[in-house]
Structure formats: C-alpha cells, structure tokens
Design a protein around this ligand. Sequence first.
Ligand code: VAH
Length: 316
Amino acid sequence: MQEKILVIGACGQIGVELTATLRKKYGSENIIASDVREENALLVGTGPFVILDAMNKGTIQTLIKKEKITIVYLLAALLSATGEKNPKLCWELNMESLQNVLDIGVEEKLKIFWPSSIAVFGTTTPRENTPQKTVIEPTTMYGVTKYAGELLCQYYKKRFGLDVRSVRYPGLISWKSEPGGGTTDYAVDIFYGAIREGKYTSFLSENTYLPMMYMDDAIRATLELMTAPKEKLKNSLAYNLSAISFSPKEIAEAIKKRIPNFEISYEPDFHQPIADSWPKSIDDSVARADWGWHHEYDLEKMVSVMLENLKMKLVK
Ligand code: VAH
C-alpha cells in the first residue's frame, strides 16, 4: 500500500531533515510537510507544504481525511530551555498536540511517530549508562511533557491498539538546519563559532557530559523503528537511543585538531542545571536487541562532517 505521510513540525531541526529523507524514500508527493511557521527555505520546492497548527485538532483531522494520510510524524514541541522560560505553554503545546494526534490516530487508524528525549530522566536517575527501565523523575517541564507523553502513548497502545512509536533522542547535531531552544544546542553553535570567529563561549561548563548523536544517525534510527515489524517492538515506552557522549572540552579539542587556533571559553548559564539533571551516557541495548539499532557516527567522524559541510554552507 502506498504510504501517505504528514510531518507536523517539519520546519524544525529534526523536521527538515526527516522530511527530506522521507521524500527520498516514499516520493515527494507522498510527504506533506506542515508547520505553524512559514516553510523552511530548505523545504521550498521539494514537495507539498501547508501551514498547520498542531494545537488545532479539527484542521489536522480535516487534512488527514482529505489527503488520506496513513502515517503521522509529530515533531512540534517546545524544547528544554524554552520550556523553562514558559512552562505553561510548554505543557499546553507539547501535550495538546500529542493528544490531538493520538485521538485522530485511533479514529483514522494511523501509524504515529512521536519523539521523546533523554530529558525524561532527572537527578534521581543513574547518570552513567542510564538503563531503559529506571527511576524517571524529570525536573524540567519539557522532561515532564516527554515522560507524560510516553505514558499517554503507552495507554493508547494498550487501550486502543494504536501503533505509536517513540525514541528518547539525545542531543542532536546537524549542519543543514539549526536547533532552537535546546540545552544541547551548544554542540551545534560551537561549530558556527569555530568557523565564523575562531572562538566560542560555551553556556555549559567544560566537563558537562551529555549524550549526543549526529542527525543522520537519528533520522536512520527513526525510519528503522517505523519500518520494524510491530511484533519485534517489545518495549512499550520510548526506546533509549544513544551514540556518543562528550563534554564541551572534548568537542573543543576535536575541533582544535582541525582548526588549531580555535579558542573556547565557558560561561555556564541557566542551561547548566538542566544539563546537570540529565544522564551523562545512555544504555540503548534494548533498541539494539529489539530492532537492530546501531550508530555510525562517533565524535571524530561527526566533527569532520560538521566542519566540512558548515564551511561550505557558511562561505556561500
Ligand atoms: C534539548 N535538544 O536540548 C533537546 C533534547 C536531550 C536534549 O531533547 O532540549
């Protein structure tokens, strides 16, 4: 059967790259990109785009019926740093959009992808090699919405048989589209600083280890999960997903190998306590066992690809 896919939140850091990959795999005309914002320049001319508010159930359901959508990727959300500045909006947007899509999913028999995050873990969670099942007490509103969302998805799976799938993304690093409002965004901003000014001031302290992943790994993981046989997916909450863990000091040293005069300084700000509440590293053995996940980008390969591509992008 020909899949017809709607991406909600297609103009964000994940959405832009996910939409491009889906268009390659399923054909551009079968992927409708949508966002509450204007179309991202990287998407213009690559396939259908509509302005869509993830909070408006009626317009979403009308579009899904009209276009005979079979799969929805719901990416719209406020991330950790922005969420702490506006916790009420973070809860409303992240939860209402998910509730809308889950309810429509039951009525229209959709398959759904919805991203969780390692932000579900809090200060009471073991921080090294954090297991799939462990103490989960998020301390940010973003983390609260992601864990509440996981539990909501689990309920809809069990109560209504809805096929909704999810992963706990680590910090994602990409050069095509820029992140926005995240605590891990320093790991992208540092490359822009290195190329543009030869220096960067990190808003996290030098030894703040966080789980990270290059975007190509994250997109491949997402599609592998969504195409895995349902019977293989034994884990009812979102899957832990992991690739690399590093600190600002370590990524700066990797950049210095390629840009010897690069200088980093540290001015921890409100992002620091958020980062300190998250794991340093993640155990993703359940994802590796259930659906064969494996990462391909380590720190050195990611830094090389980021610098090579950003230099071309920024010198245009
Ligand atoms: C954030 N990039 O920083 C997101 C992510 C694990 C972090 O969820 O909020």
